[in-house]
Structure formats: C-alpha cells, structure tokens
Design a protein around this ligand. Structure first.
Ligand code: SF4
Ligand code: SF4
Length: 378
C-alpha cells in the first residue's frame, strides 16, 4: 500500500525527550550534503527553543570514496536531556534514518566495521527511513532488507546527489530532505521554522520552495515486519576475542591476486558496469585502468568484472574505446553479484538479453574494426 497520509510521527507517539536523526551517505561525495542536513536539523530546532548538536561518527573518519558513512543530529527538550543523549558514542537507536542515495538501502558496509547492516538497523520501531529516490516506494522496498520492526519508508523525489564533493553546488537535496524531516517530526522541526532558517541562510525563495516541495512531495509507505528482501548476502564475521588475538596488532597482508574476504567493496557502488563481450576488442584498457583491479582475464581473452570487488567508479566505462561496450547501470537494478562471463559463454542470447535489459542499449555486435577506428561513434 502506498499512501501520502502522514502517519503518526515519532515525537507524537510518546512524551519523547529527544530525537535523533542519522544521515547515511556516500563517503566524501556526499559529506557536505550530510553536514548541511544535520546542521539544518539542529539550527531549525533551535528556533523552537530546543538545543541540539550535529556530529559525525568517529569511525568513519577518514572516509573513503563512496563508502557508506554516517552523521547525526540530536535535538532534545532541554540541555540536561541533550547531555544525557550525547553520553552515547554513537546512537544505537535513532528515530529517523535518512539515506541520500537510494542504493544504500541494499545495506551499509562501512569500512569501520565488519559486515553489512540493513539500512534500518538502528531505526527504532515505528520510526522513519527517509530515502531520496526517483523510484516508487515499492521498488525501493524490494531492495531493502526484510523488516524486523515496523517502520515507515518515506521517499523524497530526487536522485543521488553528488553536489557536495569539494565545492558545494547546491541542487536543493538538502532543502528537500529537511522538508521531509519536518513532515515526519513536526514536533521537533516545524515546517515554518525550517523555511525561516533556509530563508535566512540562503536569501533564496527557490530554496524555501524546495523545503516545501520536499515536505509535500514525500510519499509514505508503511512497512510491516517481514516486508522487504532476504536476497542480500549476509555478511557478518566472527571477530577475534582477546583470548584469540595474536600479540601486538597484526594485520595480515593479502597475498598477490587475493581479494579481502572480509570487506566486499560492492557496498560503495551507486552504479555498476556491464560489459558487452560481443563488441569487446580485448584492448586491456579496463583491466589496466581499474583502480581496484576488478577485472579477471577469461579463457577467451575477454575481461570480466568481479562484482564483489567493484566500487562502481566508472573509470572502465570511460576508458573503453568501444561505444557502449561497458555501460554503467543503476545499482538498484541488480539483486546479485555473480560474475557474468560464464553466462555469456554458456548462452550468448540470454546474456545479451540481460545486457540489453539492464543497460538499455543494444547488444548487437558491431564491426569491431569500425567501432575501434571511429572511437565508437558508429
Ligand atoms: S567501475 Fe570499472 S574501473 Fe571502477 S572499480 Fe568497477 S570495474 Fe573497476
Ligand atoms: S576496455 Fe572495453 S574493449 Fe577494451 S578490453 Fe575492456 S571491455 Fe574490452
């Protein structure tokens, strides 16, 4: 069921003394965006007399490109409550989780811990998971881990924003998300206060309109226990206790050609490359230029992507000289990480149908010589 009716916000359900919002984002690319959202929550709440603070998770610093990271905003009824809330190193339970890239719903594997966590892991029962997405709530839910507690999924229209790399070029994702937070937690963040704050900060009525748009256009989808997917890999590891640790701090190096079994890098991906083996001219460029050494040489001399290792940087697609031979595709279109050359070997028609369905481009083999000679513009 999809509804635009506002469910009861967390702050209205009990006499809550504080509210915690976490913003899950892609490391470095979205850091400034996450900061702006968390600061906006705190500054808007202050307008209502509620003290608050914004902070990043210590374990996520230094960040890595694309790797999931978190920042938090805590707002309390008074200074004493805020101090009590801040005694925690990292909130283990939050009222609202915000994901500013919808592919994060496939699970969050930070470099700072072992394993993959569902996006809703710290979200309290009957809390909210706000996701920026251009997809429907049901499409997003189909890629979200099966719920263990009821919550409300809230979709804010918009794609993944990379406005905040080094210089922040505001695309209003921050303002739309603040509007959505005002919708789910009006007791703490009244819409008018958020708009007043944004008006003060930007002197830009289009930014204020984006707050209103985020508020009005956010769609709610109540999620019951058991809804979602159980298709994602379970990635939990036994950590050594003090009795089994070796003396000193010993970190085993990986052997040449071996990949780290404890850290699967696919959680860093917003897009993944798909390869048209029929048009590949075996030039080796992708293999040479991939910064994470993700390509394996196949017995036919083609290069296949190891999807467990690919971080989705897109360099292979940029260096490939053949047009549409490597296409970057939205990560939410996939529900597995199997390497694909074997399928192409076994059943080319089936592979090419898969390639076309995922990439949206034709898999029809072109003249390899023509493609190479024209730089792919045939
Ligand atoms: S997108 Fe391409 S270049 Fe980047 S990590 Fe993946 S396979 Fe390597
Ligand atoms: S860069 Fe493109 S053409 Fe060259 S080997 Fe890789 S996939 Fe094939």
């Amino acid at each position: 069921m999809t509804t635009t009716q506002a469910p009861v916000a967390p702050a209205q359900q009990n006499t809550s003394t504080d509210i915690t919002v976490e913003v899950v984002y892609r490391g470095i690319f979205q850091k400034t965006l996450a900061q702006r959202i968390c600061r906006g929550v705190v500054l808007a709440a202050r307008k209502s007399g509620h003290p608050g603070t914004a902070f990043a998770r210590y374990g996520d610093s230094p960040e890595r490109n694309g790797v999931p990271a978190k920042q938090f905003a805590v707002v309390a009824a008074d200074d004493t409550q805020l101090e009590a809330s801040m005694a925690r190193y990292e909130p283990s339970v939050v009222d609202v989780t915000v994901a500013v890239d919808d592919t994060l719903v496939k699970g969050v594997e930070s470099w700072a811990w072992y394993g993959r966590q569902p996006i809703w892991k710290p979200t309290k029962a009957d809390g909210f998971v706000i996701v920026t997405s251009d997809k429907s709530p049901d499409e997003v839910l189909a890629q979200t881990d099966k719920a263990e507690r009821p919550y409300t999924l809230a979709i804010v229209p918009g794609g993944a924003s990379f406005a905040g790399l080094w210089v922040y070029k505001d695309d209003h994702t921050d303002w739309r998300v603040l509007g959505a937070i005002a919708k789910v937690a009006p007791e703490w963040l009244p819409l008018q206060q958020v708009k007043a704050l944004v008006r003060e900060q930007t002197k830009d009525e289009t930014a204020v309109a984006s707050v209103q748009f985020g508020h009005d256009a956010t769609v709610f989808r109540p999620v019951a226990v058991g809804e979602g997917t159980s298709g994602h890999e379970v990635l939990q590891f036994e950590k050594p206790g003090w009795t089994t640790m070796r003396p000193g701090i010993v970190v085993d190096a990986r052997k040449p050609g071996e990949r780290n079994p404890f850290y699967k890098k696919y959680g860093a991906r917003t897009q993944r490359p798909v390869v048209n083996f029929d048009t590949c001219i075996k030039c080796t460029m992708c293999w040479l230029d991939c910064p994470d050494e993700c390509f394996e040489v196949t017995p036919t001399g083609h290069y296949e992507v190891v999807y467990e290792a690919c971080i989705g940087c897109g360099i292979c697609a940029q260096v490939c000289p053949v047009k549409d031979c490597i296409v970057m595709v939205d990560e939410l279109k996939f529900d597995e990480n199997q390497d694909k050359w074997q399928l192409w070997q076994k059943d080319r028609a089936a592979y090419n149908a898969w390639f076309e369905q995922k990439s949206g481009v034709s898999a029809e083999p072109k003249s390899k010589a023509a493609a190479a000679a024209t730089g792919g513009d045939d």
